[in-house]
Write a protein that binds this ligand. Structure first.
Ligand code: ADP
Ligand code: MG
Length: 322
């Protein structure tokens, strides 16, 4: 990494603070560091952040910083765009049904090679530039993700049957950072490609995670998908039911929001969808009160850590803003 004062990936100018101001900024993060120390936070890495080298480098820094202050981060990643790109290069046609890629044996091979052999390696390497911390895993490793076919017509597209978090817990006990590719296996050893949002929620639930963060390509959940100013800052499960019912949630947001619901129902304190196009969005979410993205809370709107009663923007839980 360059030590030059390069601007961030957003193109924003680097701002220089006095040493005193830097110390003050560090102290401001103290309550957050104390709140999260020792807790498991699952981060689903995806979207633009994963295909932009600068953003990926900022993400790796955020994960290392979390680890350095005593948080136990677990990274779960997807890779749909990278799978599509290699399919194109190999001249293999992708067929989609209801937004899901039909996955025959050849497509599964490509997905597995891209996710486990390329995307996972890139994330692990990015983190390990800062120290010997990250270990890559596939859901096939040590029985981590048991899968079953979603629908025979879709081929090897899987659903999560169960998660055995033992291998992740062992890595966390060794102070390592697990990075999980979302390939699962059935009892016969057949591999399946599984939606990474879904896997992240199941992993977070199985680990008893404090929080789950979804990095995505939008500002968060939007009341009007074409208007970024309609970001919903906080919502509870009943509020989401209403948005599913009226069609506000569509496309790639469907599995993501369902995963947020699953995670919260499984006991995860809160689920957050944040804009992965913002450099250091993970740090902004965890260590500041700027109220970034969309926070999903249990009904009643209080997260396990007490957040959610009064949000930074003063909205009530379940309330749709603006
Ligand atoms: P990811 O890589 O994060 O999984 P997806 O493309 O699968 O990204 O899901 C995010 C997309 O969901 C957005 O880019 C947007 O096009 C779509 N979407 C549908 N409904 C909404 C909504 N209500 N708010 C925000 N995004 C939505
Ligand atoms: Mg998606």
């Amino acid at each position: 990494m360059s030590t030059d004062p390069t601007p961030g990936a957003s193109g924003a100018e680097t701002v220089y603070f006095s040493p005193e101001r830097r110390a003050a900024v560090l102290v401001e993060t103290l309550p957050y560091i104390q709140r999260f120390a020792g807790s498991i936070i699952v981060v689903k890495f995806g979207g633009n952040a994963m295909v932009d080298d600068e953003l990926a480098a900022r993400f790796a820094e955020d994960v290392v910083l979390m680890h350095s202050v005593g948080i136990r981060p677990v990274v779960v990643h997807g890779g749909g765009p990278q799978i599509g790109a290699l399919m194109d290069r190999l001249g293999i046609e992708s067929e989609f049904r209801d937004g899901l890629r039909v996955t025959d044996a050849e497509t599964l091979d490509v997905a597995r090679m891209v996710l486990v052999g390329k995307v996972n390696r890139d994330i692990v390497s990015g983190i390990n530039r800062h120290g010997p911390l990250a270990v890559g895993l596939s859901g096939e490793d040590a029985g981590l993700i048991r899968a079953s076919a979603r629908n025979p017509e879709l081929g090897f597209v899987g659903d999560v049957e169960s998660v055995n978090p033992a291998i992740i817990e062992r890595l966390l006990a060794e102070d390592l950072i697990p990075v999980v590719s979302t390939i699962g296996v059935d009892l016969s050893g057949q591999a399946y490609n599984i939606n990474a949002d879904t896997v992240a929620a199941a992993v977070a639930g199985a680990l008893g995670a404090e929080r789950i963060l979804y990095l995505t390509d939008v500002e968060g959940l939007l009341a009007d998908v074409d208007d970024p100013s309609t970001r919903i800052s906080r919502i509870d499960l009943s509020g989401l039911d209403a948005l599913f019912a009226d069609g506000t949630i569509s496309g790639g947001m469907i599995p993501k929001v369902r995963a947020c619901v699953d995670a919260v129902e499984a006991g995860v304190g809160s689920a957050h969808m944040v804009d992965g196009r913002i450099p250091h969005v993970v740090l902004l979410e965890l260590f500041t009160d700027v109220g970034i993205g969309t926070m999903v809370l249990p009904d009643g709107g209080v997260a396990a850590d007490g957040r959610g009663v009064e949000g930074p923007d003063g909205t009530a839980p379940g309330e749709v803003t603006p």
